[in-house]
Design a protein around this ligand. Structure first.
Ligand SMILES: O=P(O)(O)OC[C@H]1O[C@@H](O)[C@H](O)[C@@H](O)[C@@H]1O
Length: 315
């Protein structure tokens, strides 16, 4: 498949004190000497915190379950191998909404100590954590519902100037497989009424709030004034930016993928979700999710795919 060109990676490491990495209670926490940090739950390999310049960038519901009993409401759940409810008559049909990656327990593969190719790691100002999921870690139900031999490696790189999260998918079996993937990021913002989303260009989107009808983004900037659930396909620009009060807040750059979902449940939908707290928390979050969800990505036996994002936070 054709892939968009790669964005420039976050700046490489230098010299000085080393980052620290430790694991406790089913999570891995990495910190840089600057104080920036990232916290990843093994359940779902869900990033549940990313602090930069003293500020939390990730929203997690006060009622989110972090004990592995259900996908985390908040953070960066990984959607794989299907996005939304799976279609009928497809290899994913028997899977739950958004697949199994967000509710499987991943294996921590360790901190990378060498250059990753895309991004330097292991120096004083960046650290890369790898998490893996294969069919052996799946529940019996998931294995039965999606009987492919696969390997996922999710790499979370914390750097002084941003966070990079990349999903690598390998078909280890002898038959082709199809998947969708999405990094369902809940960004923490101060006030939804002051937020704008830029960089969706004139992309077409499916509006799930308006009966899944197709539209074209007609304004350069999107403001959120009600429930929004849009699936943008083949976006030409690499970067979608979130501004607050007209100032840059977060830049989300797609790497190897070109689709994005913008989601905010607003008042009624937030009320209907038992694990969404506080109920007016929709004012403090916006999901800008990067992925490959327009149709299916096919991997022949032995093939590999990689896609993800680089996020930069403005102080
Ligand atoms: O409640 P879930 O399964 O975590 O999904 C949350 C939302 O995820 C978004 O990605 C979907 O576009 C929405 O339709 C969905 O409501």
């Amino acid at each position: 498949m054709d892939r968009p060109k790669k964005p420039s990676a976050i700046s490489p490491s230098g010299t000085g004190p080393q980052p620290s990495v430790h694991s406790e209670q089913g999570r891995v926490i990495a910190s840089l000497p600057t104080g920036d940090s990232v916290e990843v739950l093994l359940y779902g390999a869900t990033v549940i915190s990313w602090k930069a310049n003293g500020r939390e960038n990730i929203w997690v519901s006060d009622a989110a379950k972090l004990d592995g009993s259900k996908p985390v409401r908040g953070g960066v759940p990984i959607v794989f191998p299907c996005f939304g409810p799976p279609p009928k008559n497809h290899a994913t049909s028997a899977l739950p909404q958004h697949g199994f990656a967000r509710n499987s327990t991943w294996v921590y593969l360790g901190k990378s100590s060498s250059e990753s190719g895309k991004l330097a790691s292991g120096g004083d100002d960046s650290v890369k954590l790898d998490f893996g999921l294969t069919s052996s870690e799946l529940s019996e139900d998931a294995k039965k519902a999606w009987g492919y031999d696969f390997s996922l490696v999710y790499s979370v790189t914390l750097a002084r100037d941003g966070l990079q999260t990349m999903l690598n998918v390998q078909n280890k079996g002898d038959k082709a497989l199809e998947f969708q993937m999405l990094l369902h990021t809940y960004f923490r913002i101060d006030d939804i009424s002051k937020v704008a989303i830029n960089g969706l260009g004139s992309a077409t989107y499916i509006d799930k709030v308006l009966n899944a009808t197709e539209h074209q983004q007609s304004t350069p900037s999107l403001q959120i004034t009600g429930e929004v659930d849009r699936v943008y396909a083949a976006i030409k620009q690499d970067t979608t930016s979130i501004t607050q009060d007209g100032k840059p807040r977060l830049d989300v750059t797609r790497d190897g993928i070109s689709d994005s979902v913008v989601w905010n449940p607003w008042i009624e939908k937030a009320k209907s979700m038992g694990d969404f707290e506080p109920k007016d928390g929709y004012k403090k979050m916006i999901c800008v999710e990067v992925g490959a969800v327009d149709g299916w990505t096919k991997l022949e036996a032995g093939e590999t795919f990689e896609g993800g994002m680089i996020v930069k936070s403005h102080a």
